[in-house]
Design a protein around this ligand. Structure first.
Ligand code: CAO
Length: 443
């Protein structure tokens, strides 16, 4: 096997930068484009990715070393395969590192940071002390902290010169969740409400029960995905003033069209489910009601001019949310094929962070399973999510008689800071009209 020397690529305007984080060690298997080290100039920090896949034979830099374009970073024992295009300075700045979680999902995250953080001592934390200066952390750690809603200014770093690591962020999250530590915001809230120590929310502590007193038990660790999605869900459930509107859509004709389309295209092997039509119908509704396709940014709204639709997928390890990018530009067949591929990847644990990022709206469909209505949790920073349950035949009054119609239960949860109840009702009504007659999209 060939030895491959990985060097620092063109890093733009910087002559020399300091190595502040080693992200691999001898013996590690790295993929092409995986981040190897983090470097820092006086202006920014960035991650240096590997241009090839292979096994790390030698690490040629140490923490604190000064490096520049061409400096040798690691020597790989090549796998003779994948090689990425020569990385440039713009690459390392982005969240390509497979050690990062994907964008927050109610859910989410494929390649989260090393499964379960090794037990890290939680640095002493005093929420009443104002932090001095900006926290030192690499871009990937900052992104991870943002996704978990962790205030980095309150995390004590265990890395070189107090640098905050992924493990520090995870440890901090665990301590806040367990109630051992409070965030400044939580402490302030407790002070104002006179509350107790329930995870910084002014709640009474979580009940501690010895279940063995009542019968036999078995303790099992939560999956990596559940641990991370739990933190996201908790934040989203607590921080978003969410309301859910329930409605029904008459999909009798659409279902007949879907069934006949599948019959006609039996040989193609592409199966179209109701979810593909729902994605298209939601895109039409998002275009008509753009605030549903926005995100809050302080006192402003960011209106997205793209329609990337996330869909919740049930996997053996927990809930994942792959994203159909540019759903407005794709047809039902293409969406169906992509959905099938992404759902399979999700079940196989092979979704990349990029495949779970960038959603502007999410659909959670329990239609294949059952139920009537539910209250999905918004996938921040999105502002709305559509929950869908199983359609069923119902008697519907047509003005003269009850007629059997196939009705699809819809549950739209929306962020009341951005959307009003009237707009939500209109969104659902419009969605129902589109699903009732797709020709309306043309109007
Ligand atoms: N009403 C009635 N039947 C429906 C339906 C609906 N709304 N939606 C789907 N179905 C039917 C499909 O037509 C299919 O029927 P056949 O087997 O007869 O062809 C069957 O249910 C199974 O569909 P599916 O689930 O395989 O396909 P999908 O496109 O509807 O959904 C996916 C794909 C990946 C979203 C789904 O498999 C899944 O994981 N759903 C769970 C999502 C979830 O967990 N949400 C909760 C989030 S909150 O914790």
């Amino acid at each position: 096997m060939a030895s491959i020397e990985i060097q620092v690529p063109d890093i733009g305007d910087f002559d020399e930068v300091t190595v502040i984080e080693l992200m691999v060690k001898v013996g590690d298997t790295v993929k092409a484009e995986q981040s190897l080290i983090t470097v820092e100039s006086d202006k920014a920090s960035m991650e240096i990715p590997s241009s090839h896949a292979g096994v790390v034979k030698e690490v040629k830099v140490a923490l604190g070393d000064k490096v520049k374009q061409g400096s040798l970073v690691v020597i790989l024992e090549g796998e003779g395969g994948a090689s990425a295009p020569a990385p440039s300075a713009s690459v390392p700045n982005t969240a390509t590192a497979p050690v990062e979680p994907a964008q927050a999902a109610p859910v989410s995250v494929a390649s989260a940071p090393a499964a379960v953080a090794p037990a890290v001592a939680v640095p002493a934390h005093n929420p009443t002390t104002a932090p001095i200066g900006l926290p030192h952390a690499s871009p990937s750690v900052r992104k991870f902290a943002r996704e978990l809603g962790v205030p980095l200014t309150e995390v004590k770093g265990s890395g070189l010169k107090g640098r905050i690591t992924d493990a520090d962020v995870q440890a901090f999250t665990r301590s806040v969740m367990s109630g051992a530590v409070q965030t400044v915001a939580g402490a302030a809230q407790n002070k104002s409400t006179g509350g107790g120590d329930g995870a910084g929310l002014g709640l009474i502590p979580w009940p501690k029960v010895d279940f063995t007193k009542f019968g036999p038990i078995e303790r099992k660790e939560l999956s990596r995905i559940k641990k991370i999605s739990g933190a996201n869900l908790l934040r989203n459930a607590i921080m978003i003033p969410a309301v859910t509107n329930h409605d029904d859509a008459d999909i009798t004709d659409l279902e007949a069209f879907r069934v006949s389309t599948n019959k006609e295209n039996e040989k193609s092997g592409i199966k179209v489910t109701m979810l593909a039509f729902l994605i298209k119908a939601c895109v039409a509704a998002l275009k008509k009601f753009p605030e549903f396709n926005s995100s809050l940014d302080g006192d402003a709204l960011i209106y997205k001019q793209f329609y990337h639709i996330g869909f919740a997928a049930d996997t053996p390890n927990g809930l994942m949310v792959p994203v159909i990018k540019d759903a407005d530009k794709k047809g039902i067949f293409q969406i169906s094929v992509e959905m099938g591929e992404l759902a399979k990847k999700a079940r196989d644990g092979k979704l990349s962070p990029a495949e779970m990022s960038g959603a502007s709206f999410t659909i959670s469909s329990l239609g294949g399973i059952g139920g009537r209505y539910f209250t999905p949790i918004i996938n921040a920073p999105e502002v709305a999510i559509l929950g869908v349950c199983k359609s069923q035949m119902e008697p519907v009054w047509d003005g003269k008689a009850f007629v059997p119609r196939l009705m699809l239960p819809l549950s739209l949860t929306w962020d009341h800071r951005v959307i009003d109840g009237a707009a939500a009702a209109r969104f659902n009504v419009y969605l129902g009209q589109i699903l009732g007659d797709f020709r309306r999209v043309l109007l």
